[in-house]
Design a protein around this ligand. Structure first.
Ligand code: PCA
Length: 328
């Protein structure tokens, strides 16, 4: 009898322990897909965001980041989050411009070329961006810019003649089209494959920020960086709407607070690092120069055409956003 009671007791204790463990491990795990290097500020801020959510959600949600395209490659992240294959991810917004022109507004050439204007353009376009994402089954969390975009070339580029025929690495429709207009040969390549592409000669030029060239040690393959400041593209962090709706309201609040923190840090960090990257280029022997007037004129002529094209595609909605931006 004594023995039986003991084993019953043991059993109920064991059950209670299992239950408690069950509650403790009930934290949902979200894998967060990131395309850029773990050491890039976008990824570092995403990691801090994930930690803040994990720490503050009272054990209900654990977000784990996967940088460098290790969960999904950059070009797969948007559709993966839409389809719920990943509940959360970060994507370069303008890479989606073929889906909807509103995604391309931050890459309209020479529309916003510094951080202050870029912030205004973001604020002016945010309601339309959030709405477009909502219609696609996504919840928008935050958006952080890349530093101003410059031109990388293996050849010295003083005149448009100098760059004709160069193989050009593109990351969105705008960069592809500019390359075409300037007689270069564009190919889309994600940053994860960038060093390889330049090492093997698949790419010989590109438009990007100092940040991406720094992450991929492009000084090993490219000698010239021209500080064009053509635009500041942004990344955004998005959540699958079904996954979002399944969360308790208090967890949603924790996420929104962490998003606001991440965004604030991200804008400050991008501005702080913009010139630093270019100094690092110089230290590694790259020639960093302003763009020549002739080259700038060529970029601006291509930019004008693309701006007009964007306005036509974006119609009334686009015109309203531009108007709001210009009033800010
Ligand atoms: N880096 C990213 C997007 C813009 C940027 O500065 C890239 O080159 O893919």
């Amino acid at each position: 009898m004594k023995n039986i009671r003991k084993s019953v007791l043991t059993l109920s204790t064991a059950m209670a322990m299992t239950l408690a463990a069950g509650v403790a491990s009930a934290a949902e795990k979200w894998d967060m897909a990131l395309a850029y290097a773990a050491s890039n500020y976008h990824s570092e801020i995403a990691a801090a965001f994930a930690k803040e959510v994990t720490d503050n959600s009272g054990g209900k949600l654990n977000i784990v980041t996967h940088p460098g395209g290790s969960l999904f490659g950059g070009s797969e992240i948007f559709s993966s989050v839409r389809r719920g294959l990943a509940p959360i991810g970060e994507r370069l917004i303008s890479a989606l411009a073929n889906d909807n022109p509103i995604y391309g507004i931050d890459s309209v050439p020479f529309l916003a070329t510094g951080f202050d204007d870029s912030w205004k353009l973001y604020q002016a376009s945010k309601p339309e961006l959030v709405k477009t994402l909502d219609e696609a089954g996504l919840v928008f969390l935050y958006s952080i810019p890349w530093p101003p975009q410059g031109f990388y070339s293996i050849r010295e580029a003083n005149t448009p003649e100098d760059i004709k025929g160069l193989k050009f690495r593109a990351y969105n429709a705008t960069t592809s089209k500019i390359a075409d207009m300037l007689g270069m040969v564009p190919t889309k390549i994600e940053t994860a494959e960038l060093s390889q592409a330049f090492a093997t000669g698949v790419a010989q030029s590109m438009i990007s920020s100092g940040s991406t060239g720094y992450d991929r040690k492009l000084w090993e393959h490219v000698s010239y960086f021209y500080d064009v400041r053509a635009w500041l593209p942004r990344n955004m962090v998005i959540v699958n709407k079904k996954a979002w709706n399944a969360l308790d309201e208090d967890v949603q609040k924790v996420i929104l607070t962490a998003s606001a923190t991440a965004e604030k840090k991200g804008w400050a960090k991008a501005a702080e690092l913009a010139d630093w990257y270019l100094e690092e280029f110089k230290k590694h022997g790259m020639k960093v120069n302003p763009i020549s007037p002739e080259m700038l004129a060529a970029f601006k002529a291509a930019g004008d055409k693309l701006s007009k094209e964007w306005l036509e595609e974006a119609g009334d909605k686009g015109a309203k956003v531009i108007e709001a931006y210009q009033k800010m």
